[in-house]
Design a protein around this ligand. Structure first.
Ligand SMILES: NC(=O)c1ccc[n+]([C@@H]2O[C@H](COP(=O)([O-])OP(=O)(O)OC[C@H]3O[C@@H](n4cnc5c(N)ncnc54)[C@H](OP(=O)(O)O)[C@@H]3O)[C@@H](O)[C@H]2O)c1
Length: 370
């Protein structure tokens, strides 16, 4: 998830994680990959495996490391991670783009040097005063602004974004729930205020956010039109879209199309272009912040019937995010939403997974599995 702010207190980890100079250095590429498998870390017992980011740049900036096993502090649980997501937001944080984000992430290099935000796994130890979870619970959630979800283990506070994993989902599926599922729910329900019977256009119906949005919007009772390429038309229709448009052949933003809501999941359009296809009281919502979107939000906040809106989902209070995840879990359990999965990569293939994510052509969610 996009997450740009100073570390909230509830996520501050007081675990004895070694500084980069204390990392056990990888011996060579093959050995390093082998040495970072989660199983090895478990068998070592005292160490965890993670991926360190040495500076902003390409996926090659990532390197496997081993660090002391974190110890859960008061209110924290230690999780053995089974799967973690590889998201577009992770890629932006790794690259340090857009550059203004470095104000929050760290000016010259990432303030937190481990990567990964969304995960699913099993609670294996409790710190003092934990009440929501027990050892053995299957959980999913997000590491938030302290990162470190692409790892074998992590400590998270029980008051953070940590939820029981729906039984109907695998760990690989649950790892992406806090990315596409949570973000799309926030944008459709809270930001756009989508109502049953309204006409919705989703731009990018085959991505992580878009594939979740199609399913969630149908469950909310909307009439859904989604754009995607020819190769994904069938798949997006199977997710429940009432109408699918090949974005290479047809312009979805036709004057007079009269959509109540346009969810531009990728920022491929703009409020200026979308306006002509919006109902006079329609809402254009987009999770990709730009100066143009910011300007449109400021202009439309007070004037005009059509509105432009953005939200940084990851910056919302954990309590609010947990209540949205409750709704997302209900949809999963009712069989109305299931995260769309693209490839799974092995934990030691994070660099390849990040390269694949960067193509911009993944279908749904990418994960690394331990
Ligand atoms: N603000 C927030 O709270 C928040 C939270 C999470 C993510 N985000 C942001 O949301 C954005 C979307 O993330 P995502 O993970 O959903 O993206 P994604 O999964 O990487 O999107 C890839 C999909 O987009 C399709 N696509 C590419 N160009 C398209 C176009 N012009 N029209 C329609 N579809 C197109 C591709 O299909 P083809 O291969 O067929 O082209 C592919 O299936 C990212 O920028 C991310 O940083 C924001």
């Amino acid at each position: 998830m996009t997450a740009l702010a100073s570390t909230p207190n509830h996520l501050a980890r007081c675990t004895p994680v070694a500084r980069s100079s204390g990392d056990t250095p990888p011996r060579d590429a093959t050995q390093a990959a082998a040495a970072t498998s989660a199983e090895e870390a478990l068998s070592i017992g005292q160490e965890m495996a993670a991926w360190r980011i040495s500076g902003y740049g390409s996926p090659e900036k990532l390197e496997p490391v081993r660090r002391p096993m974190p110890q859960p502090a008061t209110g924290e649980v230690l999780i053995k991670i089974e799967a973690s997501a590889v998201t577009r937001a992770d890629g932006m944080m790794r690259a340090g783009t857009p550059k203004f984000a470095r104000l929050f992430l760290g000016l010259r290099r990432p303030r937190h040097d481990l990567i990964g935000t969304c995960l699913s796994g099993r609670v294996i130890a409790l710190g003092p005063d934990v009440t929501r979870f027990a050892v053995g619970d299957q959980v999913f959630g997000e590491a938030g602004l302290t990162f470190g979800a692409n790892a074998s283990h992590i400590c998270l506070h029980e008051d953070g974004v940590l939820m029981p994993k729906p039984d109907s989902l695998s760990h690989a599926e649950a790892a992406g729930l806090s990315d596409g599922g949570l973000t799309s729910y926030n944008f459709l329900n809270n930001i756009a205020g989508l109502k049953a019977g309204e006409r919705l256009l989703i731009q990018g119906g085959s991505g992580s956010l878009g594939s979740a949005a199609v399913q969630i919007a149908k469950a909310m009772g909307a009439h859904v039109t989604a754009t995607c390429s020819a190769s994904n038309l069938e798949m997006v229709a199977a997710l429940g879209a009432d109408q699918v448009i090949d974005y290479n052949r047809e312009e979805a933003l036709q004057p007079g199309a009269d959509f109540d809501v346009i969810f531009d999941t990728l920022g491929v359009s703009s409020f200026a272009k979308a306006k002509r296809a919006l109902h006079r009281r329609g809402r254009y919502v987009c999770p990709v912040l730009s100066l143009a979107l910011l300007g449109a939000m400021m202009r439309t906040a007070k004037f005009g019937g059509r509105k432009a809106r953005f939200s940084a989902t990851g910056l919302l209070e954990p309590k609010i995010l947990r209540s949205m995840l409750d709704a997302v879990i209900d949809l999963c359990e009712a069989g109305k939403y299931r995260p769309l999965m693209d490839r799974s990569f092995a934990f030691d293939q994070l660099i390849q997974a990040q390269h694949y994510m960067e193509t911009g052509h993944k279908r749904g969610n990418l994960v690394v599995v331990n």
